[in-house]
Design a protein. Structure first.
Length: 245
């Protein structure tokens, strides 16, 4: 009996988090869908726009949104592909190329507006994070949303010209692979240097032996568990310092 009571006590002591909630909101004249993750407890909470890779809003991205919510953030996993999810690189490339840039940026703005409209969200503590294609879009959010608090760019395309980067007010965390064939270390260093010269808050880490998409275990040949663990730790600490303080 004592062991049963002890087991029940341990179970009740474990944190319980809310189930994901499918949501719809307006993006221009369209209605778009996303998945909202809300931590248990009394809000308001900081919030994060979670932006998928070129595969689409698949299970791995949903897992990242859930894990970030477990850290005490409301997270919105957005769907730039309107329900499509790729299973091959060829399909991913085709779908990605079919997304109009203006529509994507409109969707990103709509996601920020949706979060800001929630009564349990801290309006001045909204951030973005993305991987691969989504990493580039996370930078776009920082470029077009002057009130964004923080942005995490995981091996996403970069802007390096001074005039563009002047628009950023958010703190920026960049995570890149030194062996990435699509994003050169020179561009990463130029990006960080330009932001620092502009007086922006930026922290960039390049993992020398990692390639593109090294944080996703579905990347069988390029996944790097140790670098991923370090990148996750940096992400958690970054959001804690920018959104919770």
């Amino acid at each position: 009996m004592k062991s049963i009571l002890l087991s029940l006590a341990l179970l009740t002591a474990l944190p319980v988090f809310a189930a994901p909630k499918n949501v719809s909101y307006k993006s221009g004249d369209e209605t778009v869908n996303g998945i909202l993750y809300i931590p248990e407890g009394n809000g308001p909470f900081p919030a994060i726009v979670v932006i998928h890779e070129w595969w689409g809003l698949n299970d791995w991205v949903k897992e990242q949104a859930s894990k970030l919510s477990d850290q005490g953030y409301i997270t919105l996993a957005i769907d730039l592909y309107r329900g499509k999810v790729a299973t091959t690189p060829e399909e991913a490339h085709e779908i990605m190329r079919g997304v109009p840039e203006d529509r994507a940026k409109r969707d990103l703005h709509a996601a920020v507006e949706f979060l800001a409209a929630q009564s349990n969200v801290k309006k001045d503590r909204i951030a973005s994070i993305g991987w691969c294609m989504g990493g580039g879009y996370s930078l776009d959010v920082a470029l077009q949303e002057p009130t964004l608090r923080a942005a995490v760019i995981n091996y996403g395309r970069l802007a390096t010209d001074t005039e563009s980067l002047k628009a950023i007010n958010a703190s920026v965390l960049g995570i890149f692979g030194g062996q990435d064939k699509g994003i050169s270390v020179d561009d990463v260093q130029k990006f960080a240097k330009t932001l620092k010269q502009l007086g922006k808050k930026v922290d960039v880490t390049v993992y020398p032996d990692a390639g593109h998409a090294f944080e996703n275990p579905n990347n069988k040949t390029g996944y790097r568990a140790e670098d991923t663990a370090d990148a996750w730790k940096r992400t958690v600490n970054f959001f804690a310092s920018t959104l919770k303080q």
